[in-house]
Design a protein around this ligand. Sequence first.
Ligand code: SF4
Length: 298
Amino acid sequence: MSDSTNNKIVIDKHSGFCSGVINAIKTAEMWLAKEPALYCLGDIVHNNEELQRLTAMGLQIISHEEFKQLHHARVLIRAHGEPPETYQIARQNDIELVDATCKVVLNLQKTIHQFYKSQQFNHGQILIFGKEGHAEVVGLLGQTAQHGIVISSIQDIHKIDFSRPSMLYSQTTQNISEYQEVIAKIQEKYDALNRSEYFSYAHTICHSVIHRAQQIQQFAAHFEKVIFVSGEKSSNGLYLFDICKKTNPHTFFISNIEQLKEIPIRNEDHIGICGATSTPMWLMELVKKQLEIIINNS
Ligand code: SF4
């Protein structure tokens, strides 16, 4: 096989797991190496290929309903974090928690919790810009005893009571441009009511997500074709794919190497491979190898 493909297919060196996901996976591997009985509450990472690798090592993914029935077991909490209720169930059921909540998410949970405790006196509202039902958002809402209001998009702004003050936070993996649009719209509403000072917000999108978005845009612009590798359930994956696609219309979304068959590849193509904060580097390397085979056989 010729190595002429080596410089035509490039993996984005900034793509792949973020520090929070790396920590959760290393923690799981460490416990599995000691003793193979480890449960994980929800998918440890939104990537089926990586999930299969870890479940083959013994990791058992359980739902929140299954967690409630569990007793005397060891359960890993993934990077997204959990609401206080999960810790309470663990204490009641003698469950040992291995807490791999990302430090960035943990800090946000603490900030929201402290604000919730302090703002009850002046009847303010806590707003969370995020995806309804997403694990991280469920964990953040738990810090407000379910009194927080989830704002998924500008269309949800009607949920806000503009006669009361509001404090807005964002889920760590949200789209920064959409967050800025939501901030501007809410501010506009308060301004129109001469209550500008009623509204505050915090910059809580994770820096690695913001940097990744900027880097991936530059990366995607360099190639004739871009193969974006991600699990379909990854919100960060869908967000970064959208940026790539807008930058380079010849961007293709795949979750596994089988899907490469659907993509028209030419021998002379200069191809970039990138992915989400939940995409393992080994999978992008596998995609590169498979592309080299396709090109060398064409
Ligand atoms: S994207 Fe940021 S906040 Fe989310 S797990 Fe990764 S490092 Fe943590």
